[in-house]
Write a protein that binds this ligand. Structure first.
Ligand SMILES: Cc1cc2nc3c(=O)[nH]c(=O)nc-3n(C[C@H](O)[C@H](O)[C@H](O)COP(=O)(O)OP(=O)(O)OC[C@H]3O[C@@H](n4cnc5c(N)ncnc54)[C@H](O)[C@@H]3O)c2cc1C
Ligand code: FES
Length: 247
């Protein structure tokens, strides 16, 4: 069974960004999470019953975990309303990690492709990879965010042309020459990335979003249809081989 814990954690730092985004840092002394994994998160002072899944964005020395959060509804609004020192219940780390995916042996870099808030788990992955072993592609509707800590300058595309190339990021990523492609973002973006990888014969791994309840594989509320059978996004994912989920 996966090593996870449920703890009350104090909010150590809150950074508000433009465009309804924020970075929350919590003190965490539980099992060390790996990039791609997520936590169920719920402030003690909240209007929602179910905790919300949020990916690891980064960690700092001293045992602080960082989360990049986009405001969507009540759950994320209540996280944003927390003050420093206030407590939230964090359960995790949950799910699989990018590093669990079998990578073909050999030289050559990998490509990380993130869209919008999907940048978060890939930024965490970039921090685990050695410099020069990956390229980072980042797509946004408008102004970019979440890229400050990267050791490598990303390729950026914005739909409104406000920064980088104008358009959608899959159009600027050629999978040829990469050992594998790891992607997280809106599903149409993932499908486009998966399709180009399939043509190029490059393995592609995608992190999926589903509404979640238990987060540990018990309620079957987060089903992902795959080629062989139904899988649970929380316990069998959230990262899947693209060929399994996009056919
Ligand atoms: C594994 C995983 C990792 C995630 N990591 C992050 C992260 O790092 N940062 C982050 O900001 N968000 C992340 N999310 C998404 C986050 O969990 C949702 O935005 C959050 O649950 C919304 O809750 P809410 O109460 O604010 O909005 P709600 O009031 O629940 O919903 C607001 C609106 O968003 C839609 N919505 C909510 N959740 C989802 C979803 N999962 N998929 C599709 N539509 C949805 C609803 O249908 C509704 O229209 C992740 C989700 C998963 C499954
Ligand atoms: S959220 Fe309960 S099985 Fe995935």
């Amino acid at each position: 069974m996966q090593n996870r814990e449920c703890r009350r954690c104090k909010l150590a730092k809150k950074e508000s960004l433009d465009g309804g985004l924020l970075i929350l840092s919590f003190a965490w002394s539980g099992p060390v999470p790996r990039a791609g994994q997520f936590f169920l998160m719920r402030p003690l002072r909240t209007r929602v019953f179910l905790a919300r899944p949020i990916s690891l964005f980064g960690s700092t020395s001293g045992g602080f975990l960082r989360f990049l959060i986009a405001l969507r509804g009540r759950g994320t609004e209540d996280l944003a309303a927390m003050g420093r020192g206030e407590e939230a219940e964090l359960t995790g780390p949950l799910g699989n990690a990018w590093g669990d995916m079998a990578l073909p042996a050999g030289p050559g870099p990998v490509a990380l492709v993130g869209g919008g808030i999907g940048i978060a788990p890939l930024a965490a992955f970039a921090a685990e990879l050695a410099e020069g072993t990956f390229d980072f592609y980042a797509g946004f509707k408008s102004r970019p965010f979440g890229l400050e800590g990267l050791s490598r300058k990303p390729v950026i595309a914005t739909e409104d042309g406000s920064e980088g190339s104008c358009g959608r990021i899959p159009d600027f990523m050629d999978p040829a020459g990469y050992r594998a492609v790891y992607a997280c973002g809106p599903e149409p973006m993932l499908q486009a990335v998966a399709a180009s990888c399939s043509v190029a014969g490059v393995p592609c791994f995608v992190s999926l979003e589903r509404r979640m309840a238990c987060g540990v594989g018990a309620c079957l509320g987060c089903t992902v249809e795959t080629a062989g059978c139904n899988r649970r996004c929380c316990a069998d994912g959230p990262i899947f081989s693209a060929g399994e989920v996009f056919r």
